[in-house]
Design a binder for this molecule. Structure first.
Ligand SMILES: [Zn+2]
Length: 159
């Protein structure tokens, strides 16, 4: 799922919450929660394209556990619109990735990946060598050179 798609999905959730609660803060909070988790790709991209090591995938900010924790916090302690916006914005992020990135059912559980010892072939068995394309589609300009840079470094090395 690309950055613009995460932006649209979390923005839509934020607008719904804004209308439902009357709190405009829910819009930027939902967008932040729906987009920012993807900064964790920095670590995995570093391993894949700088170190050229595809053995493991961490995705440390992606996990249904985080969503469950946010819902629990909202229900148990902080019944604030902005907490709900964090939870629903994050839901669009993790739900979109779960549905569209072609992982296994456990791929977007932190515990699932840990039990698989973060091994890429187990967690993302159908990952294509050009999985960087979601990132390329997320940058507004300079896609050509960026795509060529990744393409030149995208030979998966699993051992
Ligand atoms: Zn993501």
């Amino acid at each position: 799922v690309t950055g613009p798609q995460h932006l649209l999905a979390s923005g839509a959730a934020g607008v719904v919450l804004w209308v439902a609660t009357g709190e405009p803060i829910t819009l930027p909070v939902a967008i932040a929660a729906g987009v920012l988790p993807d900064v964790d790709h920095v670590l995995d991209y570093y391993n894949r394209y700088i170190r050229r090591d595809w053995r493991r995938i961490y995705l440390i900010l992606h996990g249904w556990e985080y969503f469950a924790a946010m819902v629990a916090l909202y229900l148990a302690a902080f019944r604030e619109p902005w907490v709900l916006a964090v939870a629903l914005g994050y839901l669009t992020q993790i739900g979109g990735d779960q549905l569209h990135n072609g992982g296994r059912w456990f791929s977007y559980f932190l515990t699932g990946r840990a039990l698989a010892r973060f091994r890429s072939p187990v967690i993302l068995p159908n990952e294509k060598p050009d999985s960087y394309e979601a990132f390329v589609q997320s940058i507004p300009f300079g896609r050509g050179p960026v795509r060529r840079w990744f393409a030149a470094r995208s030979t998966p090395r699993f051992r």
